[in-house]
Design a protein around this ligand. Sequence first.
Ligand code: HEC
Length: 127
Amino acid sequence: MNNLTHRLPGLNRLLLTTLLVSGAALFGGDQAKDLPKFDGNLQKYWNDACARCHGANGNGRDNNGKPLPDAGFDFTDSRKANKKKDSDWLKVTMDGKDKMPAFKDKMAEADAQKMITEIVRKFAAKH
Ligand code: HEC
């Protein structure tokens, strides 16, 4: 009994670590959860709603340069990006595709179009 009490802090730490790790895995597995509605600020909306999958710089990497699991496309790759049409990107943003969530309930089509020309296209232009 005495022995068990003595070992409890270690057990607790182990349990806590296990909970934290599984919690992080759950969160990471559902990147589309809790997507906010468009609030009129394109750059802020990119950071709040898109960067979790596409990265703040659109290159599909987190702030430490680690590849994000649900990025899907590297917007800084201008060779590839230049082959894509705005109209196709608008459709994917509105209707979603595979792991890319649909944003038609979150933002108007005109705002999504602006997001593409003013934010998404510029990731490639910077490189
Ligand atoms: C849950 C993760 C996730 C979020 C959030 C997300 N995307 Fe995506 N997006 C993806 C994935 C994955 C793909 C690739 C889909 C495919 O082709 O299978 C993609 C593809 C795209 C494409 C098409 C790229 C191509 O293949 O030509 C555009 C444009 C795009 N996303 C814009 C956005 C914008 C704008 C936002 C925020 C308003 C956003 N995404 C939020 C995951 C996400």
